[in-house]
Design a protein around this ligand. Structure first.
Ligand code: NAD
Ligand code: G3P
Length: 333
């Protein structure tokens, strides 16, 4: 299969490596925006900035974005942050082969999920999300992982399985794009919360409580948006929440850890050198939930912390001081 990966950040590079290593010997091209980046990737035979120690497999091509001939692929993967998805999909709107995106977030201005962005700018595309628990470095190293190909189009799900399913990656199809994308966005917000809790050394009990109640928030929002509840018990829900909230490779978790040390958000983001999507999605996750009348107290607290309306010292008091509630309000009197 001829596969184009657009964006040579950590995850785009890892996904291109995984496809190029596949036993079906796909022809994979990784497109980078800047010429210096193309030269560096070619000279190094790897992407040492994002994936230190990983060598490109034979056959992985690296090209400048301006050489992209979109129609020559049979599968296109958009590997940019959520903020760049609209522009990218707009340029790919006429493609007749499947297109998948890797970003996990709600668009900052519109509050749209990625598939809603696609419907707005490229409605005729056959698109979907490749998502689930996956640190780029581990995938690039060939360690085992399981992902979700979420799309309403069977052809997109099947093409993603053909491209990636193999000895190191299992790809599960799921028709519930809303659930998969809500999971991907909300888990990043919860990972900031868990990092913050761990940074304050609030303990393992607190982290377990945050994860579980975070899953409840994710599920409530997803249900209100039309997702299937089962999706939140799967890889793109609980799976990615556990990974991102507890794994120290997570950029979102790291933002939380550093906020707990009293560092400013600007300083943290400047040093990070990667996108931490939870920072940009938190406001729209909260805004969308408010419009739907869905309560997200942890996400609200994270947003108040990120926007400077709540001091770090007051976060725990705000969350612990809430009124008692039934654990599952719909099943208890
Ligand atoms: N890194 C991971 O482990 C991982 C895993 C799964 C999903 N994701 C998701 O994938 C997306 C990308 O993450 P990443 O880790 O590759 O980020 P990154 O910060 O490592 O790289 C982002 C890449 O996008 C490019 N980019 C930024 N703005 C752009 C624009 N306007 N137009 C085109 N390209 C642009 C950058 O040059 C860079 O190559 C995020 O939404 C992230 O949540 C990341
Ligand atoms: O590093 P993070 O926090 O962006 O998380 C990376 C992936 O989304 C984990 O599945």
């Amino acid at each position: 299969m001829r596969i184009h990966v657009l964006g040579a950040g950590a995850w785009g590079t890892a996904v291109a490596i995984a496809a190029a290593r596949h036993p079906a010997r796909h022809a994979v091209t990784l497109f980078a925006r800047r010429d210096e980046q193309v030269s560096a990737l070619r000279a190094e035979g790897g992407n040492s900035r994002y994936l230190p120690g990983v060598v490109f497999p034979d056959g992985l091509q690296v090209s400048p974005w301006r050489d992209l001939a979109p129609n020559e692929a049979e599968l296109t993967i958009v590997a940019t942050p959520t903020s760049a998805l609209r522009g990218q999909l707009g340029e790919l709107a006429q493609l007749t082969h499947p297109v998948a995106w890797l970003c996990k977030g709600f668009e900052a201005e519109s509050g749209f999920m990625p598939h809603e962005v696609q419907q707005a700018v490229a409605p005729q595309l056959q698109g979907g999300a490749l998502t689930g628990p996956s640190f780029a470095l581990e995938v690039a190293q060939g360690k085992p992982a399981a992902l979700v190909a979420a799309s309403a189009h069977a052809e997109v799900r099947e093409r993603l399985v053909q491209a990636f399913h193999g000895a190191s990656l299992r790809i599960y199809g799921n028709e519930d794009v809303v659930g998969a994308e809500v999971g991907g966005a909300v888990k990043n917000v919860m990972a900031i919360a868990a990092g913050f809790s761990d940074g304050l050394e609030l303990g393992m009990n607190a982290r377990a409580a945050l994860l579980t109640r975070g899953l409840a928030e994710m599920t409530r929002l997803g249900q209100a948006l039309g997702a299937h509840t089962d999706t939140f018990m799967g890889l793109s829900g609980m799976g990615d929440l556990v990974l991102t909230a507890t794994g120290n490779l997570s950029r979102n978790r790291n933002v939380g850890l550093q906020l707990a040390q009293g560092r400013s958000l600007d300083a943290i983001l400047q040093q990070l050198g990667h996108v931490a999507e939870g920072v940009y999605s938190c406001e729209t996750v909260v805004a969308r939930a408010r419009r739907l009348g869905v309560e997200l107290p942890i996400a609200e607290a994270v947003w108040a912390l990120l926007s400077g309306r709540l001091k770090a010292a007051d976060v725990v008091g705000v969350l612990m001081g809430r009124e008692p509630k039934p654990e599952h309000p719909t099943t208890l009197p």
